[in-house]
Design a protein around this ligand. Structure first.
Ligand code: AMP
Ligand code: MG
Length: 410
């Protein structure tokens, strides 16, 4: 089978993944989802002129010859209607967020006043109209577009939407994604390991990656290398999910039944690829009834790298996100990162960190075997080493950031 390039494999995968329908999501559950339509403000923010400070609402003209003594006519708290009209020579005690009363046009901070008895205040500085007043619509005008369509909602966007009462909000639906492990060697959870058995590490890892990618993960369990069991599990998964991930059984072993089953379920529509990358060479991708199915490799590091390169961007595209890829950067190798020429792009697990002067640098995160999960766990980036001898200390190379480069310190 001819090897396909990373770009070609990615193109095939992204082409097969259509956007999901929209849904109305409560703001409390919408962070990280992408808006499916623009959101217009139903009200101004602030909705009324209010004070930015605790102090006294005054008529600025009354204070021009400060210090002046004004008559205190009452107190306006946040939440009050603020109907107390302030006439010439008068002031109202006012608390942050309270409406500016009729007649007043400025606020003097309490620190610039001195109270005299119950009904007098000395204002020590002259106020200018508008002082400490937050005007209606300062932030948002009614009818204004506050969040465009196709915005990945951050916590601050949630705040903006809440401030205009846009709850629920129209978003592209969260993808429900099933994860199935395959292999006779996988021990049942909690049971002691018998000879020849291993723990199923791919399934919890992929479920966690889905959660972090903003999907709704569905655990489809593990099945042995058995055609009927794999068929049953995949059919169940397809009926409940928008997309499926399997791991194992997609290379050229004698018991790789995932291939047989997916070929049948997809009506021959699966692509079995050997991608010119290391790790994560084998990849199966296709759609079953328009639902994408990713047959990821069994080796633990390979399944993660394959998820990162193919499944994560595809699922993010399905969920309408404007940015589907992890951030990339250029980094300086702190040490030699050697490889041998083999026609493939190597994705090396590295630790990226900033030097005090702001240079992004990388070093190997440890063992690079496709079964060495601890090397992956120690890494926060993948260095992209093109075919050739690798990079020498001091040379630059491109990296894909898997985590904040400040999250791991050398
Ligand atoms: P396969 O792709 O089925 O040939 O599996 C390749 C390698 O990955 C083998 O060493 C498997 O034992 C291992 N493997 C497959 N599935 C899992 C899993 N769910 N967790 C950990 N290792 C696995
Ligand atoms: Mg297997």
């Amino acid at each position: 089978m001819a090897a396909v390039s990373l770009e070609e494999a990615r193109r095939l995968v992204l082409e097969g993944c259509r956007p999901l329908p929209f849904a109305r999501e409560r703001l409390g559950a919408a962070v990280g989802l992408a808006t499916s339509e623009p959101v217009m403000a139903a009200n101004a923010v602030p909705p009324f002129d209010n004070t930015a400070m605790d102090g006294y609402a005054v008529r600025a003209a009354d204070t021009s010859s400060a210090p002046v003594t004004l008559e205190v006519i009452g107190t306006i708290a946040a939440g009050d209607t603020g109907d107390l009209a302030v006439g010439p020579g008068q002031a109202a005690r006012i608390m942050t967020g309270a409406p500016i009363p009729p007649g007043a046009d400025a606020v003097v901070m309490v620190e610039r006043t001195r109270r005299q008895g119950d009904d007098k205040v000395v204002v020590e500085v002259a106020a200018t109209p508008g002082d400490h007043v937050r005007r209606t619509g300062d932030d948002i005008r009614p009818g204004q577009e506050v969040v465009p369509a196709g915005t990945t909602l951050t916590a601050a966007h949630i705040g903006v939407l809440a401030s205009v009462g846009a709850d629920p909000v129209a978003v592209t639906r969260r993808a429900t994604v099933g994860v199935l492990s395959t292999g006779d060697e996988l021990a049942p959870p909690g049971a002691p390991l018998k000879r020849g058995q291993i723990r199923d590490s791919n399934r919890p890892t992929l479920l966690a990656l889905l959660e972090q990618a903003g999907c709704r993960p569905v655990d489809l369990g593990a099945v042995g290398d058995d055609e009927a069991a794999i068929t049953h599990a995949l059919e169940q998964g397809l009926s409940a999910c928008d997309a499926l991930l399997t791991s194992g059984g997609v290379s050229v072993g004698d018991f790789d039944y995932v291939k047989v089953v997916l070929d049948r379920l997809s009506g021959g529509g699966m692509r079995w690829m050997q991608v010119a990358i290391r790790p994560a060479k084998p990849l199966a991708f296709g759609t079953v009834g328009a639902k994408p199915v990713f047959g990821l490799p069994g080796n633990p590091v390979s399944s993660v790298v394959s998820f990162e390169l193919f499944a994560r961007p595809a699922l993010r595209q399905m969920m309408g996100h404007p940015h589907i890829d992890r951030p990339r950067a250029t980094a300086v190798a702190e040490e030699d990162l050697r490889r041998s020429p083999d026609g493939k792009l190597h994705l090396v697990r590295v630790v990226a960190s900033f030097t005090p002067d702001g240079t992004l640098r990388i070093r190997s995160a440890g063992g690079q075997g496709s079964h060495i999960l601890t090397g992956l766990a120690a890494a926060n980036a993948l260095a992209l080493l093109p075919d050739g001898p690798g990079v020498s200390a001091g040379e630059k190379t491109d990296i894909v950031l898997l985590a904040d480069p400040l999250s791991l310190r050398p």
